[in-house]
Design a protein around this ligand. Structure first.
Ligand code: ADP
Ligand code: ZN
Ligand code: ZN
Length: 778
């Protein structure tokens, strides 16, 4: 027997597994997933077995190896620890995203850090895992003899204990909390054989109690027709075993979560397990509570706020089979669920599914690959599906996998989509108004106060890069070549395009001679205003008995700050919740009747070709917070750009307006989903060196692309844009330059870049990151 072993040395050159022989005395214990000791060069190394085969030539990536030169595995250091997908999927991620194989495999390893190799005194090696102690709890239960036992008349404690246990086992901790010090009574009854005490592993991280009523999810009496259709499509895909992708395209509040819950019910009944990904930001007590209230103790949860002990316990719950449903952020994909039968990705369009550091995988693509390998369905849910998902559904398939869209256009029951009002700030400006609240928004806030209801105000400045805008006509200067918004540089008085490198000179307001390129107005000015400024204005404007709660990166630093602020909003009689995009998603408060967007234009004019898609998602999501209860909701969007297709699409609840406009623009300007876009970023302390290195790399990639594309027609060839400086030109004392590769769908751009990197080699003081299917281009 032979094994393909990933040697744990993170260097780009080691992107293939190595072949080792399995000696006879290890054969019985050998399995895919084992940690092993191997000789690598002249030193001992730790490795993971990702495949086994009777011949070297049948191992992945080892076809050319000479069987006679293969060395034996020296020892097994631990039994399998990871998911059955670890081998094939880490190989795929490594190739697809140009990342070291050992780094990709680490995604699948138990939490708590990478284990190390330690040499004992006798010269043997063992595995040292980071120490996170397990905790145990003691559970008291009644024995059959209890039926015949009559406690002494004055033994009140014993009576209480028997009473407390009559409904089932209880932990000693809970008993002692309920009745201070129950220990003597437990000991007395244990001696008599009336109760027994068992020690078992305690799972930390399962207790996230909340007062939010919306955290419970009783199954509805009837599914809506949209829900039934979506469920039927998923069930069909379960039965087909073909790894189909179902996109559940449902408006906010249409009951997508209920579809996931019902589908998971089906999968569990088949004896399989399910994995649900939700964006980190919506991994709140509310979402988790809905899954736990339906599936109880079989739900494990992964998010970034877990302590090391909680993370380990949640992982072990999955590994031991105690949990069969996992809810978590993107990394939950890699936990060791046995017999996986369904993956759900909620809010599929969310950017947080793309990992920002190496390996820069996209959870949607990894999940699609896993569905294909495992032959089970992948369900993608969204009110605003990504351009990628929509294009693949339109085509019916993508890379040989079936993609199908099911629509859920209505909310259940009496709940309606809110009315949308667009407040044109150009008009307010021309009428002399200088307040940050337009007349319509001011009036609506006052009505909410009068009716003692609640309002949500969004002020989003994520990914904010300074730009110029004409206060009279709303014009934002864009690049002549790339049609993305230009970034304003105060130091040099320039507008710059960070996709192609073009530079334009400007004099913004209040400099004399400032002029809007479209209407000539002199009010072409820099944009800027923070959440705290708005909070101050709100507090000054609203009566004292209205609570103003601000939620942004600063006010949510503490461990439970996010939850506490939401509970405060929930408990308030009349309140305004003001916040950044973190309030836009997932909140379900029926008393919210007004949603205000303080300035939509930040989102619309990010220097990024996906700006419109993201802005639409944000506006649609935040609008969806209004009118979820009996009272109808209203949304007021303030903007200088009322004619933007995004604003028109949101205002009319008609996504087609935007989708058609976007599809045309992206097809013409060659942007995803019509091409693939790879961002290659180089950083270093000396700008000259960075420029020299990236120039060399770009030339090699360009040559490689030309060779690889030799047979392709002229208009389907990959090409490079740049190199140029990034939108964020300097960070942490490093200069940042990048170039972008555009390549046709299905073209293997990864191996071209990987081989160019091998040729230039690593250089001191220079770091390179390759981001295939990049989202962050800044
Ligand atoms: P989405 O995830 O699509 O935004 P949710 O799953 O949060 O929507 O559902 C919105 C609300 O509608 C929730 O309060 C949910 O309990 C309720 N709901 C879902 N399905 C039904 C149904 N079939 N009948 C009645 N209420 C439902
Ligand atoms: Zn103008
Ligand atoms: Zn440009």
């Amino acid at each position: 027997m032979y094994a393909a072993v990933v040697v744990d040395i993170p260097a780009r050159a080691l992107s293939e597994p190595f072949a080792y022989a399995v000696p006879a005395h290890l054969a019985d214990d050998m399995a895919v997933g084992c940690t092993v000791l191997v000789a690598f060069g002249h030193r001992p190394a730790l490795g993971y077995v990702i495949a086994l085969a009777p011949a070297v030539s049948e191992l992945p990536g080892a076809a050319d190896l000479d069987e006679a030169r293969v060395r034996p595995i020296e020892a097994i250091l631990s039994p399998p620890v990871c998911s059955e997908f670890a081998g094939p999927v880490s190989l795929w991620i490594s190739r697809e995203y140009v990342a070291p194989l050992s780094e990709c495999l680490r995604l699948f390893l138990p939490p708590g850090g990478t284990p190390r190799l330690r040499k004992d005194e006798d010269g043997s090696y063992r595995l040292e895992r980071p120490a996170v102690p397990e905790v145990h709890e003691r559970v008291v239960s009644l024995c059959p003899q209890a039926a015949d036992y009559e406690p002494p008349v004055r033994a009140t404690r014993q009576r209480q204990l028997i009473e407390a246990l009559s409904c089932g086992p209880v932990t000693t901790r809970e008993l002692n909390l309920l009745y201070t010090d129950m220990s003597p009574a437990i000991r007395a009854l244990e001696r008599r054989g009336v109760v027994r005490v068992d020690e078992r592993r305690a799972w930390r991280g399962c207790d996230d109690g909340t007062t939010l009523s919306s955290a419970r999810a009783a199954a509805p009496a009837r599914l809506t027709s949209g829900q039934r259709e979506a469920l039927a499509a998923i069930e069909g895909a379960i039965d087909a075993h073909a790894g189909d992708v179902i996109v559940v395209d449902g408006v906010t509040g249409s009951g997508k979560t209920e579809v996931y819950l019902s589908a998971i019910d089906r999968v569990l009944a088949l004896g399989k397990s399910a994995c649900v990904l939700v964006p980190e930001i919506s991994l709140t007590a509310q979402t988790v509570g809905r899954f736990r209230s339906r599936f109880g103790g079989t739900v494990a949860v992964f998010h970034s706020r877990l302590s090391a002990g909680e993370r380990l316990d949640q992982w072990d719950m999955v590994r031991t089979g105690a949990a069969r449903v996992v809810v978590g952020a993107r990394s939950a994909l890699f936990c060791p669920l046995a017999n996986l039968g369904l993956i759900v990705i909620d809010e599929e369009h969310e950017q947080s599914y793309k990992q920002g550091s190496s390996p820069r995988y996209h959870a949607r693509e990894v999940a699609a690959h896993m569905a294909r390998v495992g032959g089970f369905p992948l369900v993608l849910g969204s009110a605003t599906p990504s351009a990628e998902a929509l294009a693949r559904c339109r085509a019916g398939s993508h890379l040989g996998q079936t993609w199908r869209r099911v629509e859920m256009p209505e909310r259940p029951g009496a709940s309606r989509l809110p009315e949308i009002v667009v407040a044109d700030l150009r008009r307010e400006f021309s009428q002399g108004a200088r307040s940050m609240f337009s007349r319509p928004l001011y009036d609506a806030l006052m009505e909410v106060v009068q009716r003692r209801e609640k309002a949500v105000l969004l002020h989003n400045r994520r990914g904010f890069a300074p730009f110029l805008m004409c206060r009279e006509c709303g014009c934002v200067p864009t690049c002549d070549h790339c049609s993305t918004a230009l970034t304003y540089h105060e130091r040099t008085h320039t507008l710059e395009c960070h996709t192609c490198g073009a530079v334009y000179h400007v004099r913004p307001y209040p400099a004399p001679g400032s002029a809007c390129p479209r209407c000539g107005s002199r009010y072409l000015a820099k944009m800027g205003m923070g959440t705290q400024q708005i909070e101050d204005a709100l507090v000054a404007m609203l009566p004292d008995d209205v609570e103003v709660i601000r939620m942004d990166a600063d006010s949510t630093r503490g461990k439970d700050a996010h939850k506490r602020l939401l509970e405060q909003f929930d408990a308030a009689e009349c309140a305004v919740l003001l916040g950044t995009q973190m309030i836009a998603k997932g909140l379900d408060f029926p008393e919210v009747t007004l949603v205000g967007v303080v300035l939509a234009d930040y989102a619309l004019k990010m220097p990024d070709f996906r700006a419109s898609e993201r802005a639409y998602d944000l506006l649609e999501q935040v609008s969806g917070r209004a009118g979820r209860g009996e009272h109808p909701g209203r949304v007021i969007i303030q903007t200088y750009l009322p004619d933007d297709p995004v604003i028109r699409a949101v205002a009319t609840h008609d996504r087609a307006v935007l989708v058609d406009h976007e599809a045309k623009q992206r097809r013409e300007a060659l942007y995803p989903p019509y091409v693939r876009l790879t961002n290659v970023l180089v950083r270093g302390s000396y700008e000259r060196e960075v420029q020299r290195y990236i120039g060399e790399l770009a030339r090699l990639v360009s040559d490689g692309l030309e060779r690889a594309a030799a047979g392709l027609p002229e208009d389907a060839r990959p090409f490079i844009m740049g190199p140029t400086s990034c939108v964020i030109e300097r960070a942490k004392d490093s200069y940042r330059h990048h170039f972008i590769v555009k390549s046709p769908i299905g073209f293997d751009v990864s191996s071209v870049i990987a081989s160019a990197l091998d040729t230039v080699g690593a250089r001191r003081g220079i770091s390179v990151s390759v981001d295939v299917d990049a989202y962050d281009l800044m």
